[in-house]
Write a protein that binds this ligand. Structure first.
Ligand SMILES: *[C@@H]1O[C@H](CO)[C@@H](O)[C@H](O)[C@H]1NC(C)=O
Length: 219
């Protein structure tokens, strides 16, 4: 197995991982939206009402959750296509062209940024929500076993696990996309080297051929 195959197999493995991690974001965040009746807890805060101990929530923008479902969906889609493409290449014994390797770099860099934005959004937005919860509870987790907002009819039993999973998925996805950017850069570097070798060999051959045809040129 050549170095090129090792590189392609690494890419396939990494894309498969990215695919699974995208599911770790899409599934819990979607269930969260169902549990919270379409509200997104990211960047939501609130005040505790003295009279009945309920949280009066000032809901954040729902787009914080839909953004995360969206970029993870794009991530899943790209990973699926890439796994298919690279496995087909391995089976056929072909290589990607210089152009497609270059497009892979741009795509992975773009997805790294989208993932970083999503991961930051989840971590900071979740912290904002937990800060509101922890004005009354010892730990953010305690809100899962208490009725904190009867008015909105939200089900808080799963949010802790859902956002734990989503947070893990988002940060690990980001690491994967950065890794994938590096792999595709490595590939382009390798193509560049091969091209250099090919050109210098062609030049060398031309020189030798030229010499043979005019053996007396030096004289
Ligand atoms: C909230 O969701 C959990 C898990 O999905 C479920 O077991 C529980 O019955 C739900 N609670 C209410 C009040 O609907």
């Amino acid at each position: 197995m050549g170095l090129n195959n090792v590189l392609v197999w690494s890419q396939v493995t990494m894309y498969l991982l990215t695919l699974l991690l995208a599911l770790c974001i899409i599934i819990p965040v979607s269930f969260h939206l169902v549990d919270f009746k379409g509200h997104c807890l990211l960047f939501s805060n609130g005040t505790w009402r003295e009279s009945d101990g309920q949280l009066v929530v000032n809901w954040g923008y729902q787009g914080f959750c839909t953004y995360n479902i969206s970029w993870a969906g794009v991530s899943l889609f790209i990973a699926l296509i890439q796994v298919y493409r690279f496995i087909a290449q391995i089976c056929r014994g072909t290589e990607s062209s210089f152009l497609s390797a270059f497009i892979d770099i741009l795509l992975s860099l773009f997805m790294s940024m989208a993932a970083l934005a999503g991961a930051l959004m989840i971590t900071i937005g979740y912290q904002t929500w937990c800060n509101a919860i922890m004005l009354r509870f010892e730990a953010c987790e305690d809100a899962t076993t208490n009725d904190i907002d009867r008015e909105d009819k939200i089900n808080t039993s799963m949010f802790y696990m859902q956002f734990g999973t989503a947070q893990f998925g988002a940060w690990t996805s980001w690491v994967c996309w950065v890794g994938l950017s590096m792999f595709s850069m490595l590939k382009v570097c390798k193509y560049h080297q091969q091209e250099n070798i090919r050109v210098s060999m062609a030049r060398e051959r031309a020189r030798l051929v030229g010499d043979r045809h005019s053996p007396l040129r030096e004289l």
